[in-house]
Design a protein. Structure first.
Length: 658
């Protein structure tokens, strides 16, 4: 007779016992729990897991959660959804970090009762089974109190007095017994999933926001004078009226004098050149100082308060780099890499050169000092009312640093939002989001065709990416004027705004977009006469502007819950590849929007747009175009004609079933 060799197993120790229940594939989970999942306050976290055991005993399961700093858990039941897959959910209601897990156990009484019923219906002798059941109920009594105890004791007495099969079935059919057993019985063989999974719960603005970017120094509208925070304060009602709730400012710090850039990125622009704001630091200070030309720290505080009163949050740029004149270069030369000749190597991204910027060396021997200083910089601006940071080129800094910094900042200030400005390789963009960035720049800027947009949105909304990466669709930036906008056609600008504002719940524009600014350096995506290197004076009422369209789009976003989330997106069929058709719905399905959009900014396009009856909940219904106010009677198949000279698409809200 052969025997089983157990010599390779560790020795039995303590109270270890053979277990029964297996818990696998708990979702949501990022890299097996290595990184936290993301949600916002009030957004359900739906948890699933494979839960099973040998045999046919009944299992029960719950999802358990608590704030990370707490000790006791809350729990909610999970339900079987077939094929040993279970689902439960909880709703986090605080802007903080949580942990959660799945727990499962064998329902001893429920398993006995299910078998007892089967045997009774098969006409089996039940005397022994009934005694076993009475024992189970007796164990339940020992844990029950009050009315629960009376119900169980009454059932035991009745079963002892009359053990006839039909009578026993009648007594045991009382649903209260099974409910009491679940609540008060010991959880036999209970198992909890490991490790505890982490959940970052952000404030709602992490998911829904509209960003506007402007340079403070260009707000004087005088080509001979640098704008100040007082000038910029006067521009705030304009930003509010356009409908934006986040105002992002490029760096506001003193600008270096060495190799100061002039117009067109020219080197050594001279004493009158304003320089690049990203060349941070001079004798007036560094990352915690204000450029004297813009005003004082008190002026900045006043500006932030004025913005807040208008419902606008100010976001600051956080760029970890310096000019050659930054105080750190003198006080902490060990934070910079030196060439063999002793000079510090300036920043470059071949073929681009940034002679006015020094990169910081994260491999310095004084890494602790560097990290503490960078934490101090962020904490300083939080102390001055800034709770949103747009981080410049985070993909050129260590991922472990961002994980440390963001977790430490949010432990003290959970309301703080970090946006990653990283146009880089896909896996690097994703790991930055995993490491803690609240929002991320994306490839939307270069996605134009129906296929490109559909595939990219499915990646963002239907894959595990949606549990950790929140896209912010910027239409343009001071660095990027996409080719589709270089024609200067207002139709193209409206099209890209329509897509950004309806596909993503967070999006942004760089000022001048609403004026359809389109002049590029030939064969590049760089703006001609870039504002990065000179003051920009604009006529905010210039002909062919799309300001009213921008404001209307932002009003529609604020008024429709379907546009305030990302994942409830469904692509619908058309018979024209130039028309993208999609629906967005609110969580409760009370707000359903149908959006056909013409991807051709030049030509009229027509199609038949197909709406599944399950989405419209009717074969005939009335829709209202929120852009124009026009109403249409729709059904499963609908004729659509879109003229880009009029509007890029429809935002059709289902208002009445016919």
């Amino acid at each position: 007779m052969s025997s089983i060799d157990l010599s390779h197993l560790p020795p039995l120790a303590g109270n270890w016992r053979v277990g029964h229940i297996i818990i696998e594939d708990v979702t949501p989970s990022i890299d097996g729990g290595r990184y936290p999942v993301k949600r916002v306050v009030g957004e359900p976290c739906v948890v699933e897991a494979d839960i099973f055991r040998e045999g046919h005993q009944l299992l029960r399961a719950s999802v358990r959660w608590r704030r990370k700093e707490d000790e006791s858990f809350f729990e909610a039941p999970m339900e079987s959804i077939g094929d040993d897959r279970w689902r439960g959910r909880f709703i986090p209601n605080e802007n903080t970090r949580y942990v959660y897990a799945v727990e499962a156990w064998t329902d001893v009484f429920g398993s006995w009762l299910a078998d007892f019923i089967k045997k009774a219906h098969a006409g089996r002798d039940l005397r022994s089974d009934l005694l076993e059941g009475i024992d189970y109920l007796g164990a339940i009594v020992r844990h029950a109190n009050g009315a629960d105890r009376e119900i169980v004791e009454s059932a035991i007495r009745k079963l002892q007095q009359n053990g006839h099969r039909d009578r026993a079935l009648d007594i045991l059919s009382d649903e209260r017994l099974a409910d009491i057993a679940l609540r008060v019985s010991d959880r036999f063989g209970d198992v909890r999933s490991e490790p505890l999974l982490e959940l970052v719960v952000d404030r709602p603005k992490a998911r829904f926001s509209a960003w506007y970017e402007f340079f403070v120094r260009s707000q004087s509208n005088d080509p001979g004078r640098v704008g100040t925070f007082r000038d910029a304060e006067g521009r705030l009602p304009y930003v509010r009226d356009l409908g934006f709730d986040v105002l992002y400012l490029p760096p506001i710090h003193p600008i270096g004098r060495t190799n100061r850039k002039g117009p067109g990125n020219s080197l050594n622009g001279g004493s009158h050149a304003v320089g690049s704001p990203w060349a941070i630091g001079n004798e007036a200070g560094g990352h915690t100082a204000i450029d004297p030309g813009l005003g004082t720290l008190a002026d900045f505080d006043r500006f932030v308060s004025a913005a807040n009163r208008l419902g606008i949050e100010v976001a600051l740029d956080f760029a970890i780099q310096t000019s050659p004149d930054h105080p750190w270069v003198r006080e902490h030369p060990e934070w910079f890499s030196k060439r063999p000749d002793g000079s510090i190597k300036y920043a470059e991204n071949p073929p681009k050169e940034y002679q006015d910027i020094y990169p910081v060396n994260f491999d310095t021997n004084d890494q602790r000092g560097l990290l503490q200083e960078l934490f101090r910089v962020v904490d300083f601006w939080i102390g001055h009312g800034v709770h949103i940071f747009r981080v410049d080129n985070p993909h050129t800094k260590p991922i472990a640093f961002w994980e440390w910094l963001i977790a430490r900042i949010q432990h003290q200030h959970p309301e703080v939002i970090f946006l990653a400005e990283a146009f880089t390789r896909p896996k690097l963009m994703k790991v930055l989001a995993k490491a803690g960035f609240t929002q991320s720049y994306t490839y939307f800027t270069w996605r134009n065709s129906k296929y490109e947009l559909t595939e990219y949105m499915r990646e963002l909304t239907e894959s595990p990416v949606c549990d950790y990466l929140r896209p912010n669709f910027f239409t343009n930036t001071p660095d990027i004027l996409p080719p589709i906008l270089q024609s200067g056609s207002p139709a193209a600008f409206k099209l890209r705004l329509f897509l950004a504002a309806t596909l993503s719940s967070s999006y942004g524009i760089y000022s001048g977009f609403e004026l359809c600014e389109s002049q590029a350096v030939p064969n590049t995506e760089e703006y001609m006469n870039s504002e990065k290197y000179e003051l920009k004076v604009r006529d905010w009422n210039a002909p062919n502007n799309i300001k009213e369209f921008v404001a209307r789009m932002n009003r529609i976003r604020r008024d429709n819950a379907a546009l305030q989330q990302l994942v409830d997106l469904t692509f619908l069929d058309t018979d024209n590849d130039q028309i993208l058709f999609y629906a967005k719905t609110s969580a409760d399905m009370t707000n359903v929007l149908l959006m056909p959009v013409n991807l051709d900014p030049v030509n009229v396009q027509i199609c038949t747009a197909v709406v599944p009856p399950a989405l419209s909940a009717s074969t005939r219904y009335r829709v209202r175009d929120l852009l124009t106010g026009a109403t249409y009677d729709w059904s499963e198949r609908n004729y659509v004609r879109l003229d880009p000279a009029q509007q890029p698409g429809h935002i059709l809200r289902i208002e009445q079933r016919l």
